[in-house]
Design a protein around this ligand. Structure first.
Ligand SMILES: *Cc1c(COP(=O)(O)O)cnc(C)c1O
Length: 362
């Protein structure tokens, strides 16, 4: 028997998630915050990690209570919706949070529904957990409207619905009326992936949590918090959802180092979020200046923009790479996605795009 014969039939022939990690000067392909942590944060983090190291012989707090309390305080402060630690759960990146949600509420014989194009990991984590995935369509301009979104949810009656706002890779954000309509139409769990909430012009779905015990809002420290390498994602939901996740999470899944690092970042939240204003400026600059090149740009509430439309986006992707700029081909014919960088990186991208278009299109 070969390994492939032994593999679960539903996984055979699949390709793993993989944004290219190429060593180029300007990397704008994974929507990271381009601002490195300050010396003050690095010092504080090092102190907290040293403190934690004193107890490295012991397992960490399995329920990460101190961290969840700080995350709840951060969400309460920034959304105006009072939350407690019992309503918050944390794991190694919001991808792990989503995996735990599907382990608890999806699985064999169950389905999840998402509106494509959207974050590819939603479908991939469905595969990994044996959950069926229904790719529903968006309206022109990649929008969703309450009535039509509710209709497709009623039709498929999935156990889990994914909404992504602002949506990756389109940058479009949802009006809360869409979330409300989908919630009312769904019998199962509704997950709003708010990985980019801090960059958005719209209110968070966290404000809809009271009275909606099937609603889950996921967040991450990977984007606005400039903390992608630490791997820290979290959610806000009814305490009953958090209790359900305890049934599937691995014991001690969040290392004491991750917990200490995340607490350090939260103590520096104001400083980290100040970089968000910078990034938003560069995002708005991308929208303006790519449009000035006579290209289409989807209006963005995130830290990236989707731009096109190209006869073959792979040629433009390569032309940019040849000029030392890595952007993302998300597999959406005609379109590419670029993350807002520092002022210099964003400038380098815009120059490479103008040059590259001359090469590709003459
Ligand atoms: C980047 C991203 C995440 C973040 O995943 P982490 O595991 O927290 O790094 C989650 N959802 C979406 C839509 C994203 O684009």
């Amino acid at each position: 028997m070969s390994i492939n014969d032994l593999l679960r039939p539903d996984l055979r022939g699949r390709t793993p998630y993989g944004a290219p990690q190429l060593d180029v000067a300007v990397r704008l392909n994974t929507n990271e915050n381009p601002h490195a942590p300050s010396p003050g944060l690095i010092d504080d983090l090092a102190k907290r990690v040293a403190d934690a190291a004193r107890h490295m012989n012991r397992y960490p707090d399995r329920d990460a209570v101190a961290l969840r309390a700080e995350l709840a305080a951060y969400l309460s402060r920034t959304t105006g919706q009072p939350l407690t630690a019992e309503q918050v759960w944390a794991a190694n990146g919001s991808n792990e949070v989503i995996q735990q949600l599907l382990q608890a509420f999806g699985g064999a014989g169950r389905t999840a529904l998402g509106f494509e194009p959207t974050y590819s990991m939603h479908g991939l984590i469905c595969q990994g957990t044996g959950t069926g995935y229904v790719p529903a369509a968006r309206l022109p301009g990649f929008h969703l409207e309450p009535d039509s979104a509710a209709l497709v949810v009623r039709e498929h009656a999935p156990e889990v619905v994914f909404l992504c706002s602002p949506n990756n890779p389109t940058g479009t954000a949802l009006d809360l009326e869409v979330v409300e309509a989908v919630y009312d139409a769904a019998a199962g769990i509704v997950v709003v992936d708010e990985a980019y909430a801090e960059f958005s012009h719209r209110p968070s779905a966290i404000t809809l949590l009271p009275g909606r015990e099937r609603l889950v809002v996921t967040r991450t420290m990977s984007k606005a918090f400039a903390f992608a390498a630490a791997r820290l994602g979290y959610l806000a939901a009814d305490p009953a959802v958090v209790d359900a996740l305890q049934l599937v999470r691995l014991p001690y899944h969040l290392s004491v180092l991750s917990q200490a690092a995340a607490l350090a970042a939260l103590a520096h939240a104001d400083e980290l979020l100040a970089t968000v204003e910078d990034v938003k400026e560069q995002r708005d600059r991308l929208v303006r200046e790519i449009r000035a090149l006579d290209l289409e740009v989807v209006e963005s509430d995130a830290n990236f923009v989707l731009f096109g439309e190209f006869a073959d986006q792979r040629l433009t992707w390569q032309a940019l790479l040849d000029r030392g700029v890595l952007v993302r081909d998300v597999g959406l014919p005609g379109w590419l996605r670029v993350s807002a960088g520092t002022e210099d990186e964003t400038g380098a991208f815009l120059k490479a795009l103008a040059d590259g278009m001359r090469e590709v299109h003459g």
